[in-house]
Write a protein that binds this ligand. Structure first.
Ligand SMILES: [Zn+2]
Length: 335
C-alpha cells in the first residue's frame, strides 16, 4: 500500500493511538461516533507530518505489489474457527460481540494498522425471531498509518455480528476471515490505492424494513464528511463468502462499475464468478444509498443460514481462497 517509509515510528504511533481510543468502547457510556480527521492524523502520527524526512531512505526496499497468491487461507480458516467455534453467537450489542471486537482489533493492530473503534447506538428489536436489547455496537476501523481520509482510498468491510441463534461461521466468520487474511497480505504489499478495513457491527436485522439493519455501515457512512465521501473510490462488502463453487459478485443495481472491476479481477485471478444483480442485503448498500460506489462478494444460499447449524464445517476453504484471490487481484496495482 502507498504509505510512509518509517515503519518503526509509525508502529509507535499506532500503539499510542490504540491505547488512547480503546477504553471508551464498547461498554462505556454513550459517546458520539469518532470521525476520521486529517488534522487528528497529522498530530498523532509523526510520519504524516514529515513524510519526506525518513531517517532510512535507502535501506528499506519498496513493497512488492500484492498478488492473488499472497492470500493465506489458513489465516482465514483460523478466524472462522475462532469467531464461530470459540466466541459463538454474537449479536451486535452482546457481550460476545464485545469479545469479537477485542479480538479483531488486536489482529489488525498486530498487522501494523492504525485501529480505532467507532461506537454507535443500536435499537432494540427482533432479530430473526429473537428479541434483542438496545445498546451500543461498534465498528472496528483499520487504516494504514498516516492515511489522510480525504485522499482517495478503497474500503473493504465485513460484518462481525451474527443473528442471536447462529455461531456465524459462514455468516459472517467467512467474510471476516477473508478480510483479516487480505489485510495481512496488504500490510506487506503495494496496492493501487490505500485500503481501509472495517469490521462492521450490527449488520443483522432487528426488524422487517430496510431501516432495521446495517446499523454499523450506516453509522460509518454518516460519520464521513463530503471530502471523505468523495475519497471512497469503491467499497466491497465480504458477506457469506465460504460456500459454493463460484463467487457471487453483487451489484446494488443491475450492474455497476465496481461489479465490473471485480469481474475483471476475477478473470485475472482465474476465479469463477456469478453475477448477483440488485443485491442490497449487506453493508455496501449503505454506501450506495449515499452516493458512493459499492458492491458485495458472497451470498450463496446454504442450509445452516441464520441457525445453530452455521458452524465452521459449513465453510469450504477452497471458496475462501477463491474470494481472497479475487479480492487481492482487485486491490493489486494493476487491478
Ligand atoms: Zn451476513
Amino acid at each position: 500500500m502507498p504509505r510512509p517509509r518509517a515503519p518503526l515510528v509509525a508502529a509507535v504511533a499506532v500503539v499510542a493511538v490504540v491505547a488512547g481510543c480503546s477504553a471508551d468502547e464498547p461498554s462505556g457510556p454513550a459517546a458520539p461516533p469518532t470521525r476520521p480527521s486529517s488534522s487528528a492524523g497529522a498530530t498523532e502520527d509523526p510520519a504524516t507530518e514529515a513524510p519526506t524526512a525518513s531517517p532510512t531512505p535507502s535501506t528499506e526496499p519498496e513493497p512488492a505489489p500484492v498478488r492473488p497468491a499472497d492470500f493465506d487461507v489458513r489465516r482465514a480458516r483460523a478466524a472462522v474457527q475462532h469467531l464461530a467455534g470459540r466466541i459463538g453467537p454474537r449479536h451486535g450489542t452482546s457481550p460476545a460481540f464485545a469479545l469479537a471486537v477485542d479480538w479483531v482489533s488486536g489482529e489488525l493492530d498486530d498487522l501494523g494498522y492504525r485501529v480505532r473503534r467507532q461506537g454507535f447506538d443500536t435499537p432494540a428489536g427482533v432479530s430473526w425471531g429473537v428479541p434483542v436489547p438496545a445498546g451500543r455496537s461498534v465498528n472496528v476501523v483499520a487504516a494504514p498509518p498516516g492515511l489522510d481520509p480525504t485522499s482517495p482510498h478503497l474500503v473493504v468491510g465485513a460484518h462481525l455480528d451474527t443473528v442471536p441463534q447462529a455461531p456465524g461461521a459462514e455468516d459472517n466468520g467467512s467474510g471476516m476471515g477473508v478480510l483479516l487474511s487480505a489485510a495481512a497480505a496488504v500490510a506487506d504489499g503495494d496496492t493501487r490505492l490505500p485500503v481501509v478495513w472495517v469490521a462492521f457491527g450490527a449488520e443483522e436485522p432487528r426488524g422487517p424494513s430496510d431501516a432495521d439493519h446495517h446499523y454499523g455501515s450506516r453509522a460509518y457512512v454518516a460519520s464521513l464528511g463530503p471530502a471523505e465521501r468523495k475519497a471512497v473510490r469503491a467499497m466491497v462488502s465480504l458477506d457469506r463468502v465460504g460456500v459454493g463453487e463460484r463467487v457471487p459478485v453483487g451489484s446494488a443495481h443491475e450492474s455497476d462499475p465496481v461489479q465490473r472491476s471485480l469481474f475483471a479481477a476475477a478473470d485475472k485471478a482465474g476465479v469463477p464468478t456469478t453475477p448477483d444483480p440488485f443485491q442490497r442485503s449487506s453493508d455496501h448498500w449503505q454506501f450506495v444509498l449515499e452516493g458512493m460506489p459499492g458492491a458485495r462478494l458472497g451470498s450463496t444460499p446454504y442450509a445452516g443460514y441464520h441457525s445453530a447449524g452455521d458452524v465452521p464445517s459449513v465453510v469450504n476453504p477452497a471458496q475462501l481462497e477463491r474470494v481472497g484471490r479475487l479480492l487481492l487481484a482487485w486491490l493489486a496495482p494493476s487491478g
